[in-house]
Design a protein around this ligand. Structure first.
Ligand SMILES: [Zn+2]
Length: 246
C-alpha cells in the first residue's frame, strides 16, 4: 500500500548546493541543475544590457524618467520577461522531480524550518541580487512539495524546531555548539568530526528525526518534540494508522 521508500534521512536545503541528504549509510548532495544556472546567467547578462541602454538613454535625453525607449531596449525587456518565465518553468520541473524521487526513497525526512533569516544566511555573501531572490523562493516551495508528496505517499517530511537544535551550529557527532560565520562552508570539530557545513546540518536533522521517532508512536513523538506548539496535522501522514497495524 505504501508508495514511499523505507529510508530515513535529514535534508539540508541551500543555495550553493541545492540539497544535502544524510542517511545512516552516508550523505548525498543534489546540485542545482546546470540549465537553471545557465538561464540565471543569461538573466544577469540581459539585466546588465538593460541598465547600460537605460543609462545611455537617460544621458542622451537628459531625463531620468520618461526617457525614450529604443527598439533594442524594448527587445531586451521582452527577452528578460521570456527568461523569467523560462527559469520559473525549469525550477518548477526540477522541484517536482527531486521531491518525487526523494519520497520514492524515503519514509521519513527531517527538514530545517526555513525562515527568511536563515535562508539569507545560507546564501553566503556572494550570491546577491536576482539569482538569490529566485533561488531563495525555491526553498519554501521545495519543502511544501516534499510535505505534500509525503502525505500522499504515507511518508513524513517534517520540519525540525530549528531554534532548539540549531543544525548549522551543532556538531552532529558530539553535539557541541559553535557559531560558524556565514562563509564557513566546512565543519570541523575538536571531537574529530569533519565534513561540509551542509552535510553536518543534514546529519543533525537526521539525528533529531531518529531521536524523535525511536520507539514512540509518531503523533506522540511530534507532540513531544514540539512542546507548546499545536500539533501540525499537515505534517503527519493521512494514513498513519496503517503504520501501527503493519
Ligand atoms: Zn564534535
Amino acid at each position: 500500500m505504501r508508495e514511499c521508500g523505507e529510508k530515513m534521512g535529514g535534508l539540508d536545503w541551500g543555495l550553493e548546493t541545492f540539497a544535502t541528504v544524510a542517511t545512516a549509510q552516508g550523505a548525498e548532495t543534489i546540485d542545482n541543475p546546470r540549465h537553471l544556472a545557465g538561464t540565471l546567467d543569461a538573466i544577469r547578462g540581459v539585466q546588465r544590457e538593460i541598465s547600460r541602454k537605460e543609462e545611455a538613454a537617460k544621458k542622451a535625453s537628459g531625463r531620468s524618467r520618461g526617457f525614450p525607449i529604443s527598439n533594442r531596449l524594448r527587445k531586451a525587456y521582452d527577452e528578460l520577461r521570456r527568461l523569467h518565465r523560462k527559469v520559473a518553468n525549469q525550477r518548477h520541473d526540477f522541484l517536482h522531480q527531486v521531491s518525487a524521487r526523494l519520497i520514492k526513497e524515503f519514509s521519513a525526512l527531517g527538514l530545517e524550518a526555513l525562515s527568511i533569516r536563515n535562508m539569507t544566511a545560507k546564501g553566503g555573501q556572494h550570491k546577491r541580487g536576482l539569482n538569490r531572490g529566485i533561488l531563495d523562493a525555491a526553498g519554501g516551495a521545495f519543502h511544501q512539495l516534499l510535505k505534500l508528496k509525503a502525505e500522499e505517499a504515507g511518508a513524513w517530511a517534517v520540519e525540525a524546531p530549528t531554534r532548539q537544535i540549531k543544525p548549522s551550529q551543532t556538531c552532529h557527532a558530539c553535539g557541541q555548539q559553535e557559531k560558524k560565520p556565514l562563509g564557513q562552508r566546512w565543519h570541523s570539530c575538536p571531537c574529530g568530526a569533519s565534513c561540509s557545513r551542509d552535510e553536518n546540518a543534514a546529519r543533525v536533522l537526521l539525528a533529531w528525526l531518529e531521536r524523535s521517532l525511536s520507539g514512540r508512536e509518531p503523533a506522540d513523538a511530534w507532540r513531544e518534540v514540539r512542546p507548546g506548539h499545536p500539533l501540525d496535522e499537515s505534517a503527519l501522514p493521512s494514513k498513519r494508522e496503517t503504520h501501527a497495524i503493519a
